[in-house]
Design a protein around this ligand. Structure first.
Ligand code: AMP
Ligand code: GLY
Length: 444
């Protein structure tokens, strides 16, 4: 019997997939999806320097904002499922538009994407549903912020309300700096995204990323992951999109996860249902495990990057069917996701200067031993006129390795990194420090 067919459980044809986005996250999704034998073509819109090289994949250089051309193209390619990777098209309503044109989409409509695109909306949502989160104050004028900053317990976390590519969060060290950055945001540092500012109580504890695949009613969880947000070793320096990750995280016991399900995940899904928001996509819970229990730091309406690259190699070939079930509202809630008992680690190679200004256009050389436990997902790369892969972004490559334990996964990732080069390559040498038994910088 064809076990792949059995695993597919498809109700309609599932052969041609579109993935919107151009990062490592989208490449790792494509790579996990191509493993399913029934999938014929995967189109990345627009993809990057590495995506066209993944089995069954090609880049499509169409502007998804050109709605007529997009629909024409999707129809002519007989697309069965569209996965929207990044938050911006989700927040702008690309999911709503594609659904209104009868496509199956993995990714919420703009109403669900508001959980990420408006932090103040998300906070009111959490208050309404009694979901544990840091205390907050919403301000939209300098006068209001002065009052809060002088009376609320110090320190405060300052956040632009809207999307700011992960750069809109600050934890200033003095009252004066808190007021200064709040003023800058209100006065337009992030444009419209900063018209409202959130001032939040600073909470403490390890952070963890939890991903729920949702079909509008039911959900299943991916293995949890831990990101490394700061640019420098020992978790110092500026916040980035994420410099590395590992999964599954041993931070959570079964009973802790069950507390998170009851106190956070289920109330979130129930509140979405109560508000008539049919959320079909991945819901990302950025949590902090505080002394008084887990609290939501943020919601995102998409997979985390680099958590997604880290988790995808652990997925069974059935993964694409689960995305399809989410898109069509047919999740059972007990599907098997994992094919591996291995653990996975990811280290990001970035451009010197990231997350601030950096140069791009440097040729990348690859010299490492291929293995089924090693994946190199391109994040910010492109192909130059001579056909060479060049750096083309802040985060350039995601080096992902699996092993029986985190020491072997990360040792392999750092060994692979020694064979990869481009001008100004930078990576943290301590990714996974929380779960590695022994390592020394000198060896890396
Ligand atoms: P966000 O973009 O909301 O995930 O925030 C970026 C980072 O800022 C988080 O990953 C946390 O490390 C930190 N952060 C955000 N909100 C808080 C908070 N209320 N207390 C402590 N740290 C926070
Ligand atoms: N890695 C964090 C994020 O994707 O927002």
């Amino acid at each position: 019997m064809n076990t792949n067919l059995m695993k597919n459980e498809v109700y309609e044809k599932l052969e041609n997939i579109v993935i919107i986005g151009n990062g490592g996250r989208e490449n790792s999704l494509a790579w996990a999806i191509q493993k399913n034998k029934l999938i014929k073509n995967i189109y990345l819109v627009p993809g990057n320097g590495g995506s066209g090289k993944i089995n069954k994949c090609q880049n499509l250089h169409i502007d998804y904002e050109n709605k007529n051309l997009l629909i024409q193209t999707l129809n002519s390619l007989e697309i069965d499922l569209i996965i929207i990777g990044p938050e911006i098209p989700l927040a702008k309503g690309l999911g709503d538009f594609l659904r209104s044109n009868d496509f199956y989409v993995f990714g919420p409509n703009s109403d669900g994407a508001k959980l990420e695109s408006s932090k103040s909306w998300a906070k009111s949502f959490m208050s309404e549903a009694n979901i544990p989160t840091a205390k907050f104050w919403k301000v939209s004028s300098v006068e209001e912020s002065k009052k809060i900053i002088s009376t609320a317990p110090f320190p405060l976390v300052v956040k632009a309300d809207g999307l700011a590519s992960g750069k809109g969060v600050f934890i200033p060290e003095t009252h004066q700096d808190t007021l200064k950055i709040t003023k800058e945001i209100i006065n337009g540092k992030f444009g419209e995204s900063g018209k409202i500012v959130l001032l939040e109580e600073k909470i403490e504890g390890p952070e963890i990323s939890i991903f729920a695949l949702c079909d509008g009613k039911k959900y299943i969880l991916l293995p949890s992951a831990q990101d490394h947000k700061r640019i420098e070793e020992n978790d110092k320096g500026l916040n980035t999109g994420g410099m590395g990750a590992y999964s599954p995280t041993p931070l959570l016991s079964k009973s802790e996860l069950s507390i998170i399900r009851k106190a956070i995940i289920e109330p979130t899904i129930n509140e979405l249902i109560k508000r008539n928001i049919e959320y079909k996509g991945v819901l990302y819970f950025g949590l902090m495990i505080t002394k008084s229990g887990p609290k939501v730091i943020e919601y995102n309406c998409r997979f985390g990057d680099p958590e997604c690259q880290t988790i995808m190699p652990l997925m069974d070939t059935n993964f694409v069917n689960i995305l399809y079930k989410c898109a069509t509202g047919n999740l059972k809630g007990d599907e098997q996701l994992l094919s591996s008992s291995k653990v996975s680690g990811c280290v990001i190679a970035s451009s010197k200067g990231y997350p601030e200004d950096y140069d791009v256009g440097f040729p990348i050389t690859f010299n490492y031993d291929e293995s089924e436990d090693v994946q190199i997902f391109h994040s910010g790369t492109s192909v130059n006129k001579k056909g060479k892969i060049i750096s083309d972004g802040g985060r350039v490559l995601s080096i992902v390795c699996q092993g029986k334990d985190f020491d072997s996964a990360f040792n392999m990732a750092y060994k692979v990194l020694k064979g990869i080069n481009f001008d100004g390559i930078y990576y943290r040498r301590d990714i996974g420090h929380q779960v590695r038994k022994s390592y020394s910088y000198e060896d890396l």
